[in-house]
Design a protein around this ligand. Structure first.
Ligand code: AMP
Length: 619
């Protein structure tokens, strides 16, 4: 799983635009960074949030976003929402969520959840792709260009299948997902925490229906999720439900029961409750008068202290999760340098004040909490697009990793900027006849020669049975896990002898050191190229000398030919002994090739003639 190198777009005048997409449970939105500022993209009505809702209408039409949300009451069993709760899950894992959804979900033959609309079955990937298509369409209208690439965010706790399913949904929507990014990492980026400084960040994300808290460790420009906690069914909707109860309590009991049976009226009450809540984020008290026709008029005034008393137990539940996340991360609260807010419900003043007193420091509030994740995704997208070279890519290996090969060159197995986790295996062999052990030295850096790279460790693979040089097949595997720990193993394929080493964590480099090593590699690119060429040329010459001498012993050649080959081999050997440069060695190799080529032809043609003659004699 390595990233291909980032390439620039075809048209040099237009910067490559890669979308940052927050594909949310309730709402989705896209942002883009062109220039220094990231901005969210809005539709013609000025709305940035696209409801993550799809309605499969009875006439075969499909609506997405606000249009689908508006159809929810008319077609509750045909309107699909919260599909993010099902994506990448087995039916069994999705079942607790399925029970709470207003539309039907059935198990497929492979025990995967499928949304059932009449006789049609839709996979969560397919539904998500319709949402992504709408996000893409809105974005294209906003920027006036077609867009094909995106960075898409997912919760930090999404497993590989859930991440892959999200990528598949993007592909179905015609989007190449360059990176799946953790939502908390995106949020931290949006708040200007760009990995330039090591530290620990707490990301508190309280949305409409879900709560997530994550503890991130930033080290050497790499973001690592230390822990996550949360509640997949806790959010602003629960605050609304408490206020809706207050509203309903003002109605006569009979009217209250009939409201519960009428989805249209229930929706009106819930919307009124939400607007009360939002006003209470600014005002000390808020009034409401809701005309419910023949059911009466609901009239209520709620003060902020009353609202806060009602929601306090819910807020406390979020803090319990924060405490768990901190404990799981193995750090103390005092180690947390930054607190970052995500999700619309973090605008509730009690949420902010309780979090602040719990953590002992105020959270950052300078970014719109609804937009933070999309903005962060756009920043990462811009870096991946190659437009911003001042930032390191995140969750990636900062410098290439490789092993020293014969002659002091470094063979890189994992290239810089590969996403972690990643694993690469390459085959090597011995350089000397009868060699029974090899030393494997592991290096980090962009330079060609081991002496200019940084050695991370070394180990020996011993117990190889004596064989001619080049015959043992040694598979060397570099594996970097999600925590940035590198494991190197070497295994001789014929005999199964094996050895390995582990290097951890993050290879102890600061961001400045990474930059310095990168700069050096650029400065010395030409010298390094020549030095590597010389080493490779030398190895080729040595192999030719060795191989030709062996062939001479086996082949039966006329004395004059033996003499001319010997002469060429000796000349090349002398060049090697004199440490000749790559050009002279190359000429020596060419000379030897010329001499041996005619012999090879002679040997082959005489063998063919001999074989033909034998055949004729036998027939
Ligand atoms: P999200 O899922 O991040 O889009 O958050 C949506 C939730 O944030 C909904 O429950 C909204 O009612 C809530 N929300 C949005 N703005 C405010 C506000 N100013 N005060 C309180 N809650 C808000």
């Amino acid at each position: 799983m390595t990233d291909s190198p980032v390439t620039k777009g075809d048209d040099a005048r237009e910067p490559r635009l890669v979308l940052g997409i927050d594909l949310g449970t309730t709402n989705s939105l896209a942002a883009i960074r062109a220039g220094s500022e990231a901005r969210v993209l809005r539709n013609q009505q000025g709305e940035a949030l696209i409801p993550s809702v799809v309605c499969y209408q009875p006439d075969g039409k499909t609506s997405v976003g606000s249009a689908a949300k508006a159809l929810r009451l008319e077609h509750p069993d045909r309107t699909v929402s919260s599909i993010k709760r099902l994506i990448g899950k087995s039916f069994a894992d999705a079942e607790p969520d399925v029970a709470k959804l207003p539309f039907a979900v059935v198990a497929s033959e492979r025990n995967l959840p499928r949304v059932a609309i009449g006789d049609d079955r839709h996979s969560p990937e397919e539904v998500s792709s319709l949402i992504l298509r709408e996000v893409r369409r809105t974005a294209e209208l906003a920027v006036g260009r077609s867009l094909h690439e995106a960075v898409i965010t997912v919760p930090a706790w999404f497993d590989d299948t859930e991440r892959q399913a999200t990528k598949d949904a993007a592909a179905l929507a015609g989007l190449d997902c360059l990176r799946i990014l953790n939502e908390p990492t995106a949020a931290a980026l949006a708040y200007g925490i760009d990995g330039g400084k090591d530290g620990t960040v707490l990301v508190y994300d309280l949305g409409g229906g879900t709560f997530d808290v994550s503890v991130l460790r930033i080290q050497d420009g790499v973001f690592r999720v230390l822990s996550t906690a949360g509640d997949t069914h806790l959010g602003g909707d629960d605050f609304d439900a408490l206020l809706a109860q207050r509203i309903l309590a003002t109605l006569p009991e009979r009217a209250r029961d009939s409201v519960n049976e009428d989805p249209y009226v229930l929706q009106a009450v819930n919307q009124a409750a939400e607007s009360l809540k939002i006003r209470l984020s600014e005002a000390e008290s808020a009034e409401l008068e809701l005309d419910l026709g023949d059911r009466g008029i609901a009239k209520v005034t709620v003060t902020r202290p009353e609202f806060e008393a009602a929601i306090a137990p819910l807020v406390q539940r979020t803090l319990d999760c924060v405490q768990r996340a901190i404990a799981d991360a193995g750090v103390g609260l005092d180690a947390v340098g930054d607190i970052v807010l995500v999700g619309g419900s973090t605008r509730v003043p009690l949420v902010r004040s309780r979090l602040e007193s719990f953590c002992g420091k105020p959270p950052h509030t300078h970014v719109d909490p609804d937009q933070a994740v999309a903005l962060g995704a756009a920043i990462q997208a811009d870096v991946l697009a190659g437009n911003d070279r001042s930032l390191l890519l995140l969750d990636v290996i900062p410098l290439s990793l490789g092993i020293e090969t014969l002659g002091g060159a470094v063979q890189k197995l994992i290239l810089r900027n590969s996403t972690i986790p990643t694993s690469v295996t390459e085959e090597f062999s011995t350089g000397v006849d009868g060699q029974t052990s090899v030393d494997l030295r592991i290096f980090q850096g962009e330079r060609e020669l081991a002496q200019n790279c940084r050695q991370l460790g070394n180990f020996q693979l011993a117990g190889i049975p004596p064989m001619p040089a080049g015959l043992p097949r040694i598979a060397v595997t570099f594996l970097v896990d999600a925590d940035g720990v590198l494991r190197v193993t070497a295994r001789e394929q014929r005999t199964e002898v094996q050895a390995g080493i582990q290097v951890s964590p993050s290879f102890g480099l600061t961001r400045d050191e990474v930059r310095r090593m990168m700069l050096e590699s650029l400065e010395h690119a030409q010298d390094d190229f020549l030095a590597r060429e010389a080493i490779e040329q030398r190895q080729k010459a040595e192999a030719m000398v060795r191989g030709t001498r062996q062939a001479l012993e086996l082949a039966e050649l006329p004395p004059d030919q033996i003499y001319s080959v010997h002469k060429a081999v000796k000349a090349l050997d002398r060049l090697l002994a004199d440490n000749a440069d790559a050009k002279a060695l190359n000429a020596g190799c060419e000379e030897l090739t010329k001499v041996t080529a005619t012999i090879a032809d002679d040997v082959i043609s005489s063998a063919v003639t001999k074989a033909l003659r034998e055949e004729q004699e036998n027939s």
